[in-house]
Design a protein around this ligand. Structure first.
Ligand SMILES: [Zn+2]
Length: 350
C-alpha cells in the first residue's frame, strides 16, 4: 500500500502560560469565570492568538515527521472505533488524556495498547451515550492510576437508568469529577485546556438523545500556536450557546466535528468562528444514521482551503504537532473525501 499522504501547515511560535502542578482541575480565575449567560468571559485565550496561516496545502510524506521538532510534541489520535468517538491525546509533557472510547469494549483499549500506551492519566467522557463511554470504561479499570485524584471527568448528567453509564461511574469511583463551563484542565504545563461547554442537565434538545448530545464537554486545547477543538456530540444548540457567549474563544487549527458529521452539528456560523484548517469526523461506514450527512459535506466543501479526515474512509487519524507546525497522518486513503450517504430530513443551521 502506498504511504498515506499528510497535510502540513506552517504556524508560528507562541509561548503558553505557567503551570500549576498537582491541581488537575481548576476553575478559571475569579472574575473571569462568569460570562453573559454563565459562560466564561473572554479571557486572554484567542486574543493572543493570531489567525494561523493555513499554508499552501503542501503535502509531505508520512515519513516526514522529521520536519517537526523531535521533542515536545502533542499527538492527538482519532481512533477508528466504528460508529462512535474515541480519541487520545498524548501531551508534550508525557501525560495521556483519553477522550471517549467508542461503542466497543475492546477496540479502543486495544488501539491504545497497540500504540504503546500503557497508562492514561486522565479521561474525559464527552457525554453519557454508549458510543462514547463503552470503550472508555475498561480504560479506567486497566490504564488509569488507581488513586483518588480527579482523573475521570464528564459533564455530570446522571443516567442511573443506563447500565453502561452506571458501570462507567463505578469504574471511575473516587477519581470521578464533574466539569463545568469555564474550568481549565491543568494537565500539562505547556498546554492550555479550557472547557467551553458542558451541561449537567439535558440541553437545547427536543428529545432525549439530542438533549444528551448537547451536554457534551467541549474542550479547546492550545499548544503554542496550535489549537484543537473537541466537542463530542455537541449539536447546534450547544454550538450556538458557545458562539454567543464566547465567540472569540472558538478559533482553532483543528476541529473534531460534533455528532459524527450529522446535519444537526457544525453550524455555518460556528464553523466560521472556529475557522479550522483541518476537520476530523468519527463514524462508521454504512451507518444507519446516514452520516456524514450531505449538508455537512456541502459546508466543508464551501470553505476554501479546509481539509478533513473521517474514520470511515481514513481509518485512525493522528495529528502531530510541535506547536509550530502540524502533520496529519491517515490510516488509509486520501483526505477530504466527499462521499455522503444522503441528506438528513431535518437539518439544523445557524
Ligand atoms: Zn456519538
Amino acid at each position: 500500500m502506498r504511504p498515506a499522504w499528510l497535510a502540513a501547515a506552517f504556524l508560528t511560535f507562541v509561548a503558553c502560560g505557567a503551570p500549576e502542578p498537582d491541581d488537575p482541575l481548576r476553575p478559571s480565575d475569579a472574575g473571569s469565570a462568569e460570562g453573559a449567560d454563565g459562560g466564561p468571559a473572554a479571557a486572554d485565550l484567542s486574543e493572543s492568538e493570531d489567525p494561523v496561516d493555513p499554508g499552501d496545502g503542501d503535502a509531505v510524506r508520512i515519513d516526514d515527521l522529521g520536519g517537526l521538532r523531535a521533542s515536545k510534541q502533542l499527538r492527538a489520535t482519532m481512533v477508528d472505533v466504528g460508529q462512535g468517538d474515541g480519541l487520545v491525546v498524548q501531551l508534550p509533557g508525557g501525560k495521556v488524556l483519553a477522550v471517549d472510547g467508542g461503542p466497543s469494549p475492546n477496540d479502543y483499549i486495544d488501539a491504545l495498547r497497540a500504540r504503546g500506551i500503557r497508562r492514561v492519566d486522565y479521561a474525559v467522557l464527552s457525554h453519557a451515550h454508549s458510543d462514547h463511554y463503552t470503550g472508555l470504561t475498561p480504560v479506567l479499570t486497566s490504564l488509569v492510576p488507581a488513586d483518588c485524584l480527579g482523573r475521570v471527568l464528564d459533564p455530570g448528567l446522571e443516567r442511573t437508568e443506563v447500565t453502561g453509564y452506571r458501570d462507567f461511574k463505578a469504574a471511575a469511583g473516587c477519581r470521578y469529577q464533574k466539569v463545568g463551563i469555564g474550568q481549565t484542565l491543568n494537565l500539562d504545563p505547556d498546554v492550555e485546556i479550557v472547557v467551553l461547554s458542558a451541561h449537567a442537565q439535558r440541553f437545547g434538545g427536543t428529545d432525549d438523545s439530542h438533549g444528551i448530545n448537547n451536554t457534551s464537554v467541549v474542550l479547546r486545547l492550545r499548544y503554542r500556536r496550535f489549537s484543537l477543538l473537541l466537542q463530542g456530540d455537541a449539536e447546534q444548540p450547544a454550538e450556538q450557546d458557545v458562539a454567543t457567549a464566547m465567540p472569540t474563544l472558538l478559533r482553532s487549527t483543528v476541529l473534531k466535528a460534533g455528532h459524527h458529521g450529522s446535519c444537526t452539528a457544525t453550524g455555518t456560523t460556528y464553523l466560521g468562528l472556529v475557522a479550522p484548517q483541518y476537520l476530523l469526523m468519527s463514524l462508521a461506514a454504512d451507518n444507519t444514521y446516514g452520516m456524514p450527512h450531505c449538508q455537512t459535506l456541502s459546508k466543508l466543501r464551501a470553505r476554501s482551503g479546509l481539509r478533513w479526515a473521517r474514520t470511515d474512509v481514513n481509518g485512525s487519524v493522528t495529528v502531530t504537532t510541535d506547536g509550530s507546525r502540524y502533520v496529519v497522518s491517515l490510516g488509509r486513503g486520501s483526505d477530504s473525501a466527499t462521499a455522503c450517504p444522503r441528506d438528513c430530513a431535518v437539518p439544523l443551521d445557524f
